[in-house]
Design a binder for this molecule. Structure first.
Ligand SMILES: C[S@@+](CC[C@H](N)C(=O)[O-])C[C@H]1O[C@@H](n2cnc3c(N)ncnc32)[C@H](O)[C@@H]1O
Length: 319
């Protein structure tokens, strides 16, 4: 195990940090892209592997990440720049401008700073304005979605992105309530969700509003759409021999990553019933993690938020 030199980071403990470092195997002189900079926990570790010689490009759609980047840059000892934006767009632009990378990390989802700041409206545990935008300048917030989307759309969001059993009942309760008074606050929404669930189910798996809040967050930030578009853009940016690592936090994300790596590692897109390949496509990636890497007991004890994390990685072939 490599030493985890970042345990002092106060705001966000980087998940699977040693495993990410081993998988990306960053060497001096390389270019690293941290597409989900957050508080820069992983970036600090990867920058230390550059040993003062190399570049780090940091991306985040959340403007508050800039403060962490400034602090990181001052102490990192490497060339670093921050690009604020949605990672699929930024990666596509970089690839279109022939910027190449040796290592790319996507650590998906929200950061502890976003979750723990009640005013960001991500948490059902604190009463705050309904927001949930990672990019605070984006048009769509949870408030718009909860007050404007029709009942079927809400139920679909809760079912698909939250795997919520009572999706239809909750969507119905929301629509009835908002006909009298619009939703403005997380606490108010959490109460309505709780009331819409049959009493015995309220005491089941965690807080009754957990899955609906997750679903709204995924929808507001189009998290799955961004991931689907980002993976091919990231691979376009990679040099031959370049590595990509992705940490996901729920099965919907992990499925997208797993399928993408499988397809790119297979190359051939001919239907299985074809006796010989006639598409001629060559593998683009080699899978580095046939099974995803998970946090060990020690990490889970220190950081329970890592519980659902899964890390997958691949290397671009041709070196
Ligand atoms: C789990 S945190 C990353 C934490 C970081 N690895 C660290 O150690 O501090 C995810 C970060 O990625 C950002 N993010 C998530 N999806 C994004 C997207 N599609 N485009 C750009 N940034 C995104 C979030 O704003 C958040 O700051």
């Amino acid at each position: 195990m490599l030493p985890n030199v970042l345990q002092r980071a106060a705001d966000h403990v980087p998940v699977l940090a040693d495993e990410v470092r081993e998988l990306l195997a960053v060497r001096p002189g390389e270019t690293v892209v941290d597409a989900t900079f957050g508080a820069g926990g992983h970036s600090s570790l990867l920058a230390s592997d550059l040993e003062g010689d190399g570049k780090l490009i940091a991306i985040d759609r959340d403007p508050s990440a800039r403060t962490y980047f400034d602090r990181f840059k001052a102490g990192s000892g490497v060339q670093a720049r921050f690009l604020r934006g949605e990672f699929s767009l930024v990666l596509s632009q970089l690839a279109a401008n022939d910027v190449q990378a040796d290592a790319i990390l996507l650590d998906l989802g929200v950061s502890s700073m976003q979750l723990d700041r009640p005013e960001r409206g991500f948490s059902y545990a604190a009463d705050a304005p309904l927001d949930m935008r990672m990019d605070t300048s984006a048009e769509l917030s949870a408030r718009e979605l909860v007050n404007e989307a029709d009942e079927r759309e809400l139920a679909l969001i809760f079912k698909r992105f939250g795997e919520e059993r009572y999706a239809r009942q909750i969507a119905g309760a929301i629509v009835r309530r908002r006909a009298e008074r619009r939703f403005e606050r997380t606490g108010d929404l959490a109460d309505v969700i709780k009331q819409a669930i049959p009493t015995p189910a309220r005491f089941g798996d965690g807080h009754p509003a957990k899955r609906v809040f997750q679903a709204l967050r995924i929808a507001v930030n189009d998290e799955l759409g961004a991931l689907e578009a980002a993976l091919p853009a990231a691979v376009r940016m990679l040099r031959p021999g370049g590595r990509i690592a992705v940490i996901s936090f729920h099965s919907l994300e992990d499925r997208i990553v797993k399928q993408f790596i499988r397809e790119q590692a297979r190359g051939c897109t001919c239907p299985p019933e074809f006796p010989i390949c006639n598409c001629g496509n060559e593998p683009v990636l080699r899978d580095l993690t046939r099974k995803p890497l998970r946090p060990g007991a020690r990490e889970l004890e220190a950081n329970p938020r890592a519980a659902s994390a899964k890390l997958r990685g691949a290397i671009k072939v041709g070196d």
